[in-house]
Ligand binder design. Structure first.
Ligand code: NAD
Length: 437
C-alpha cells in the first residue's frame, strides 16, 4: 500500500519505518527541512534501539522516503497517518492546532479517496473535528479513523511490530477493511485488532495512559508509607504483584512518572472530563502526588545535609525520563537539576544518550561527564534518576575511589540493601530502609 506519515517524531518515524518493513511504500513528511535532509541521508534524528537497522534497510530498498513536500507525499497515498504533536495548550488541554492544521492542508490538496488516520493522542471528539475540516474544505470523499499508538519509547520497534493490540476507531466499512489489511502482518500471532467507534478509540488511549500513571502513583504512595511505617516496598511489591488480578508490571516505585505522554495525557483527560461536567477526582490526586514525588529525592538530600546543599557537588546518573531513550520531555531529572541548582549545589551529570538534549536545554547550568565514573570525581553524593542497565551493576570500588563521600540517593532502587551495608555506603532509596554508613 502507498502510505504517507505526517510528522517524523518518536511515533511517526517508528510508524513509517515499521510500515515500510512489511512491504508498504511509505513517504514521511516533516516541516523541519534540516531533519528531513538528515533522514534522506540515512541519519536518524532520535535514539530508538533497533530502529536504525529497519530505517536503513527500507531507505536502501526504496520503500521509505522523506520529504517536506506534503502535496507530493499524499498524492498517491491511500492512507495518511497524522503523527503530530498534541502538547498541552495554554489551558492545559491538548493543543489540536497541529492535527487540525495538517488536516486543513491535506483537505486543500486531496483529489481522490483517502483514509485519514489520527495516530496522535487526541481528545474524544477529535475525529468529528477532523471530519468537519474536510467537509468544509473539499468535496472529495475521505474517511477519518482514530488509531491511537501504544508504543513505548525504548522498545518502540517491538511494540509496533508485535503490538498487544491495535485499536481502530471507525464507522466506515471501507476504512475498516483497509486498516485491517494494513495491520494484518503485525497481529499474526493472534493479538487482536479491536475495531470500535471513533470516540471509544480516542478515549481508550487516554484511559490506558491514565491507568498506568495511576498504577505508578499508587505504588509511589505505598512507598512513601513504607518509609514511615518501616516496611520495605520491594517486599510489598512482590507480595501484591503475584496476585494475577494486580500483575507484576508497573509496580516499581520511583521519582514520579515523566515523559512526553503520561503527564500531558492525565492532565488532558482530567480537563476534558470537566468539559462534560465530570470531576475525574482520582486523576487530580495522581497529578498532585506526582508533582511532589518528582522532587522527593531532593527533600531527602535536604534533610541529610540539614538544609545546606550550597556548594555540594552532586553527581547525577541518568537524565532521560526512562532508560533506552534520549527523550527528556518532563524527565524527573530536570526537576532535580532545578531544585539542586536553586539550593546552590553543583551538578555533574552523565547519561548514555540524553546529554545533548539536556545541554541544549540547560546550557552550562550543570556540568556533563564523558562517562559515569568521571561524574563521581570529588562528588559529595551520587543521585540516580534513570535506571539505565549500565548503572545496575557498577564497579563499586571505582565508585568508592571517585566519590568524596560514600553517599547515594537512589530514585530507582537499583541496589541491594545488604550490599550497601556490606560496602559501607550511606544509601537512601525509595520506600526502603535508609542504610547509614
Ligand atoms: P514528536 O514531537 O517527537 O514529533 C512530532 C513531529 O511532527 C516533529 O518531528 C515535528 O517537526 C513534526 N511536525 C510538526 N508539525 C508538522 C506539520 N505541520 N507537518 C509535518 N510535520 C510536523 O512527537 P511524538 O512523541 O512522536 O508524538 C506524536 C503524537 O503521538 C502525540 O500526540 C503523542 O501524544 C502521541 N504518542 C507519543 C508516544 C511517545 O512515546 N512519544 C507514544 C504514543 C503516542
Amino acid at each position: 500500500m502507498k502510505i504517507a506519515v505526517i510528522g517524523t517524531g518518536y511515533v511517526g518515524l517508528v510508524t513509517g519505518t515499521c510500515l515500510a518493513e512489511t512491504g508498504n511504500n511509505v513517504t514521511c513528511v516533516d516541516i523541519v527541512a534540516e531533519k528531513v535532509e538528515k533522514m534522506k541521508n540515512g541519519v536518524m534524528p532520535i535514539y530508538e534501539p533497533g530502529l536504525d537497522i529497519l530505517f536503513n534497510r527500507n531507505i536502501e530498498q526504496g520503500r521509505l522516503n522523506f520529504t517536506t513536500d506534503l502535496a507530493a507525499a499524499i498524492k498517491d497515498a491511500v492512507i495518511i497517518f497524522l503523527a503530530l504533536p498534541t502538547p498541552p495548550g495554554g489551558d492545559g488541554k491538548a493543543d489540536l492546532s497541529y492535527v487540525l492544521g495538517a488536516a486543513k492542508d491535506i483537505a486543500n490538496l486531496v483529489d481522490n479517496y483517502k483514509v485519514i488516520v489520527t495516530k496522535s493522542t487526541v481528545p474524544v471528539g477529535t475525529a468529528d473535528k477532523v471530519k468537519a475540516v474536510f467537509s468544509e474544505n473539499t468535496l472529495v470523499e475521505v474517511d477519518v479513523v482514530s488509531n491511537p499508538e501504544f508504543l513505548r519509547e525504548g522498545v518502540a520497534v517491538e511494540d509496533f511490530m508485535k503490538p498487544d493490540r491495535v485499536v481502530v476507531g471507525t464507522s466506515s466499512e471501507k476504512a475498516r477493511a483497509l486498516m485491517g489489511e494494513l495491520y494484518a502482518p503485525y497481529v499474526r500471532s493472534g493479538n487482536p485488532i479491536i475495531f470500535m467507534d471513533e470516540r471509544s478509540s480516542e478515549l481508550t488511549k487516554y484511559a490506558a495512559n491514565s491507568f498506568l500513571a495511576t498504577k505508578i502513583t499508587f505504588m509511589n504512595e505505598v512507598a512513601n508509607l513504607c518509609e514511615l511505617v518501616g516496611a520495605d516496598v520491594d517486599m510489598v511489591r512482590k507480595g501484591i504483584g503475584s496476585d494475577a488480578r494486580i500483575g507484576k508490571r508497573f509496580l516499581f516505585p520511583g521519582i514520579g512518572y515523566g515523559g512526553s505522554c503520561f503527564p500531558k495525557d492525565v492532565q488532558a483527560l482530567a480537563l476534558s472530563s470537566e468539559e462534560y461536567n465530570y470531576d475525574f477526582k482520582i486523576l487530580k490526586s495522581v497529578m498532585e502526588v506526582n508533582e511532589t514525588q518528582k522532587v522527593k529525592i531532593v527533600e531527602k538530600m535536604d534533610q541529610y545535609y540539614k538544609s545546606d546543599l550550597k556548594g555540594k557537588k552532586i553527581a547525577l546518573w541518568g537524565l532521560a525520563f526512562k532508560p533506552e531513550t534520549d527523550d527528556i520531555r518532563e524527565a524527573p531529572a530536570l526537576y532535580i537539576i532545578d531544585e539542586l541548582t536553586k539550593a546552590g549545589a553543583e551538578v555533574v551529570a552523565y547519561d548514555p544518550e540524553a546529554m545533548p538534549n539536556v545541554k541544549r536545554l540547560v546550557g552550562d547550568k550543570i556540568g556533563f561527564s564523558e562517562n559515569a565514573y568521571d561524574a563521581l570525581k570529588d562528588a559529595d553524593a551520587l543521585v540516580i534518576a534513570t535506571e539505565w542497565p549500565l548503572f545496575r551493576n557498577p564497579d563499586y570500588n571505582l565508585m568508592e575511589t571517585n566519590l568524596k563521600a560514600k553517599v547515594i540517593f537512589d530514585g530507582r532502587n537499583l541496589y541491594d540493601l545488604q550490599k550497601m551495608i556490606d560496602l559501607g555506603f550511606y544509601y537512601n532509596s525509595i520506600g526502603r530502609k535508609i542504610i547509614e554508613a
